[in-house]
Design a protein around this ligand. Structure first.
Ligand code: TTP
Ligand code: MG
Length: 362
């Protein structure tokens, strides 16, 4: 069965954050990077706005050359702390739709939405919802590509930048790829391209009807890889992202805002179960449980309860969650997002001790 994979990539990321924060930068050629020192500066361009790209500027260009091409541009030094915070906000939105989320850089990520979409029509609606979430909640734009594999989704996200959306269903993959340069295939870089160019192959279309054995014979591993990409057979999974943490949380944004309590509870139980599987595996207990709720008007609340000793008990956590939820049960608004977070971790004590603690607590 086909999978549905989205690749989201922020548009001129560092420059977008600066343009978001200073109105006078909007629609101007904004360049983030080294100090140009009126053309004598060393160092390179990190990124630049799409207005600056019209003058030929791009990432990694020497800043002195950028200055020559665009002396009236607005040159700014990067503020990594701000970009890192913005990146987190974007990643939180993306990962709130599904666990099958893989961050691949500060400004790009894949999500596998096969569990929440049944068709490419659903995928389109979801991608627009995500784009809108990022625009309204974070204040910047992104471009999204969607298809049945990671590689096609990635190529597609670059297609209609900025603020683009490009969906490539399986029957359109070959036509979509044919006019593109072979370097658009992820993994085919400057060095590999030389082998292809030597044999007169520049566009993916030049390879489209080659059988696998022919491509492997001519280009070895790269040939085999291109064949897989062209035929929608890149089977790489969207890997879930983990890091050393002080808390574990999951959120779910509903496909449609809802006032159906059963649905909300079932989502909470689902994410609660998943988190507990991990906590049991890693032998971690928690003392604090936090509920997060966002309503259709984007009003967002968090409520926490900290107990006196660590537990790791999925039924108990649901009870606490429901206690915390009481306050919101009578609100006359639909729910957009629900989340649960566990923090204040300790290593799980020995079973007997844990049982004793449960006994005292219950
Ligand atoms: P990219 O996603 O490659 O570029 P971008 O987001 O600026 O532009 P696009 O709209 O084409 O996606 O990189 C993300 C950020 O990483 C970028 O804003 C700045 C930083 N970066 C560098 O500092 N140096 C580089 O050479 C590149 C490519 C990116
Ligand atoms: Mg980008």
């Amino acid at each position: 069965m086909d999978r549905f994979i989205l690749h989201a990539d922020l548009d001129c990321f560092f420059a977008s954050v600066e343009m978001r924060d200073k109105l006078k930068l909007k629609n101007k050629p904004v360049i983030i990077g080294a100090d140009p020192k009126e053309g004598k500066g060393r160092g390179v361009v990190s990124t630049c706005s799409y207005e600056a790209r019209k003058f030929g500027l791009h990432s990694a260009m020497p800043i002195s050359k950028a200055y020559r091409l665009c002396p009236h541009g607005i040159y700014l030094r990067p503020n990594f702390e701000k970009y890192s915070q913005t990146s987190k906000e974007v990643m939180n939105i993306l990962s709130s739709y599904t666990d099958k989320f893989q961050k691949v850089g500060m400004d790009e990520a894949y999500i596998d939405v096969s569990d929440i979409c049944k068709s490419f029509k659903d995928v389109e609606a979801l991608a627009n919802r995500i784009k809108n979430d990022i625009k309204t909640q974070v204040g910047i734009t992104c471009s999204i590509g969607a298809s049945i594999t990671k590689s096609i989704a990635k190529i597609a996200s670059d297609e209609n930048k900025p603020d683009g959306l490009c969906i490539v269903p399986p029957n359109e993959i070959k036509a979509f790829l044919a006019p593109k340069n072979i370097t658009r295939v992820p993994g085919i870089g400057k060095k590999t391209k030389i082998y292809f160019y030597k044999k007169g192959i520049k566009k993916i279309g030049d390879l489209i009807d080659f059988p696998l054995h022919k491509l492997t014979e001519l280009f070895g591993k790269s040939g085999k890889w291109i064949w897989k990409v062209i035929n929608g057979l890149d089977k790489r999974k969207v890997k879930e992202f983990h890091e050393g943490r002080k808390s574990i949380s999951k959120e779910r944004t509903f496909y449609k805002d809802t006032d159906n309590f059963e649905l909300v509870l079932s989502k909470v139980e689902e994410i609660n179960d998943k988190i507990h599987q991990k906590l049991y595996e890693k032998k971690i207990s928690y003392k604090t449980i936090t509920l997060k709720i966002r309503f259709e008007d984007f009003q967002t609340y968090t409520r926490s309860k900290t107990i006196d000793y660590p537990i790791c008990d999925k039924d108990k956590s649901i009870k606490i969650f429901l206690d915390l939820f009481q306050e919101f049960a009578k609100m006359d608004k639909k729910i957009r997002l629900i989340g649960i977070k566990f923090s204040n971790f300790e290593r799980t004590p020995k079973i007997r001790q844990e049982t004793l603690m449960k006994y005292i607590y219950c």
